[in-house]
Design a protein around this ligand. Sequence first.
Ligand code: PLP
Length: 282
Amino acid sequence: RTVYVNGDYLPEQDAKISVFDRGFLFADGVYEVTSVLDGRLVDFGGHMARLDRSLSEIDMPSPATHAEIEAIHRRLIEENDLTEGLIYLQVTRGAADRDFLYPEEPKPSLVLFTQAKPLIETAAAANGLRIAFVDDIRWGRRDIKTVQLLAPSMCKMAARAEGVDDAWMVEDGHVTESTSSNAYIVTRGGRIVTRNLSNSILHGITRAAVLRLAREAQMEVEERPFTPEEAQGAAEAFVTAASSFVTPVVEIAGTTLGDGTPGPVARRLREIYIEEALATAT
Ligand code: PLP
């Protein structure tokens, strides 16, 4: 695999970052994940807009223009023959003598790599996910897409230890989101409920598209926190992320939803999301 590091395209085993990089020492960095379908980028503009916001929230200069970042994505797609999968982009504040204070003249590091994997035909989409609840132990600025991913890793490991696929994280009696996706329930009345945007959750790019598509399809959407009990009593549930589009949830904390197979709302949203992604990918 060819990866990109600070201006160079290199075989992954030759790519290097300083041990003093603040991404390594402080998790002082942000990232984006863009999906690739048919060798094209899904919602690239949305991901660049969120990258700019993440960078500005942590006062980090951008290492490259959108046009330069787009060119890097395209070259990695080409060099790695990527037709379906993901591109990860990571910006850190770069190498500096270790100090909690930001360096005065940071030289940000920019790293991109690809991951080839099926996104449309997946076991999770066909069968649905089983979810456990775990305490949300993350920090207070989850709206910034930082590389500080140990807490959600621990949450997902806890779910795996319970024998299920993933965790929905709970804070103050309400679900925030899943470890790497936004969480939704569908009420028995057919309304889609997902937590409102705030510093408590990541502002998913897929979430924005899916809520727009749902409203365009005359589905009712409520953006508000919901409780674990409401989720267990829901007609169906699902998650959204660039890496998994819309993926049904069929079991929550041991309670089977409906007949235990992916629900109609989740299946329809997945279909219309993928249809639009294929039609608009660049
Ligand atoms: N929430 C969290 C915590 C995430 O890590 C992600 C990333 O995939 C999402 C939500 C979904 O965001 P997006 O749709 O932009 O991939």
